[in-house]
Design a protein around this ligand. Structure first.
Ligand code: URP
Ligand code: ZN
Ligand code: ZN
Length: 494
């Protein structure tokens, strides 16, 4: 029998970025072919009765299998990390191509892109720029953009990664010339170093002091500076992992002036706090990430920035550092200053690799704490977990949407399922989750990637290597406003 559709999803409540309605979805050749009622039978039928049908998640900020110049590597592989992503309802990720200082982009982390071909989810890259030489700016960035890698990541802190303001201006200018978006980690390197040295001199070395070394003012200052420099160049900018209200306020103020700047936050800044960093012994190391976790009452303030629309993407910032291994290797991964040790041999706060795992739990924590607890509605959840990332990173119309012609990336979600997060049940390669024991209401039941059932009831069915590289073309959000200060476009001469 001839079927009009390869797959039909019936009986669910569809949730898009603006709307919620009952309809069926017909899929043909991996794309959404029809949305409506009374669709003819598909070759395969999925019963979504009692479930919400949403676009598959997009996690536009995750660190997978990244190899640093010091030889440390994220323990999460493309196969394990993307299996975990799919199991959590995420069908596309954007991770990071490294550049090592003193090396060209081409010579940094050889083979990294090839390793990504083991992915099960669709993937793209942000290119990290740590050493913006004339060759990088004039030859390598245009070549990347021509290959569909249309976003750059820069750091204003971390020893091996940070850029000076002058270097940052050069990257902003090159991005503008090539129609790429710039994403930025905002913390003041010198201010952190100054606080860090004083803390170590005072003999204060616990994981909690990671937060004391980089209080909100350090993030707010760098956020303000990054936006000001982007405004000077007239280059659109995404502020990564906003942890506090005062940094978000800088974004809101700039937007009110018409600046093209967007803000991302992560589940850790909505749910975790310095109380977790203060757990006994070395356990606080599980919660060391940058920007640092804040005081407990800051969680609700960050939610308010989401509700106000200032923070419009929730990514995981997934990092593959296990508690038993990488978190105990002084100086490995993202850190700052000399790698000193505590008397028990564990690293001092400044030498603990920065970052927490969360690629699989991102959507469940956001749904449970957001939708189930009444902080956000379903369309807002869709915007935060997929739609806005698609728009901002040049995947609009193809990902993050329930519309005919878009890739059939869907997650079928049970809003009433109650459970407790446990690392044993996760698919990532990391030995802990910061949300161990968190009760959650709402969880993914089936994940469909380009029309194929990739996960059903926690069982990953997609094969390693079935993910596809997502090349990204030119798009409006990454274009300048055409309003340089005084009408003089310095970037044209730089
Ligand atoms: O602590 C974090 N966020 N580690 C990952 C690197 C980064 O800053 O994004
Ligand atoms: Zn960062
Ligand atoms: Zn990150």
């Amino acid at each position: 029998m001839d079927h009009e559709y390869d797959l039909v999803v019936r009986g669910g409540l569809l949730a898009g970025p603006m709307e919620v309605f009952e309809a069926e979805i017909g899929v043909k050749d991996g794309v959404i072919a029809a949305i409506g009622r009374g669709l003819r039978r598909g070759r395969e039928e999925v019963d979504a009765k009692g479930l919400i049908v949403m676009p598959g998640g997009i996690d536009p900020h995750c660190h997978i299998e990244e190899l640093a110049q010091d030889g440390s590597v994220h323990e999460e592989s493309f196969a394990s990390g993307t299996a975990a992503a799919l199991a959590g309802g995420t069908t596309s990720i954007i991770c990071f191509l490294p550049q090592w200082k003193g090396h060209s982009i081409a010579a940094s982390a050889p083979g990294y892109e090839a390793r990504a071909s083991a992915a099960l989810a669709d993937y793209s890259f942000h290119q990290i720029i740590t050493d913006p030489t004339p060759t990088v700016l004039r030859e390598e960035i245009p070549a990347l953009v021509a290959r569909g890698i249309r976003s750059l990541k820069v750091f204003l802190t971390y020893d091996p990664l940070k850029l000076t303001d002058g270097e940052f201006l050069d990257v902003l200018t090159a991005a503008r010339r090539n129609g790429a978006l710039v994403t930025v980690h905002c913390e003041n390197y010198d201010a952190i170093g100054w606080r860090m040295r004083a803390l170590l001199a005072a003999g204060l070395t616990d994981p909690l002091q990671h937060a004391w070394a980089r209080p909100p003012v350090v993030e707010r200052e760098a956020t303000h500076r990054a936006i000001a420099l982007a405004e000077l160049v007239d280059q659109p900018l995404q502020i990564f992992h906003v942890s506090c209200e005062e940094a978000a306020a800088e974004i809101a103020r700039a937007r009110a002036r018409g600046v093209k700047v967007w803000g991302e936050t992560c589940p850790q800044y909505l749910t975790l706090s310095t109380e977790d960093l203060s757990r006994p012994g070395f356990e606080g190391a599980k919660f060391v990430c940058s920007p640092a976790l804040r005081a407990k009452d800051e969680n609700e303030r960050v939610w308010r920035q989401i509700q106000a629309g200032t923070l419009d993407i929730v990514s995981s910032d997934h990092c593959g550092y296990s508690y038993a291994s990488a978190k105990r290797a002084p100086g490995g991964g993202y850190g700052q200053g000399e790698a000193s040790q505590r008397p028990d041999g564990t690293p001092a706060f400044n030498a603990i690799p920065n970052g927490v795992p969360g690629i699989e739990t991102r959507m469940a924590v956001l749904f449970s704490e957001g939708v189930s607890k009444g902080r956000i509605d379903l369309p807002t959840f869709v915007r935060l977990s997929s739609f806005n990332a698609a728009q901002l990173f040049g995947l609009g119309g193809r990902k993050g949407t329930l519309s005919p012609g878009a890739d059939a990336d869907l997650v079928l979600w049970n809003p009433d399922a109650e459970g407790v997060i446990a690392n044993d049940a996760l698919h990532h390669a990391i030995d802990y989750t910061p949300w161990e024991g968190l009760p959650v209401k709402g969880s993914p039941v089936v994940t469909i990637r380009r029309g194929e059932i990739a996960v059903r009831e926690g069982e990953v069915l997609a094969r390693p290597g079935s993910g596809r590289f997502l090349a990204r073309g030119p798009y409006a959000l990454a274009m300048p406003r055409g309003l340089p200060p005084d009408g003089f476009d310095a970037a044209a001469y730089a």
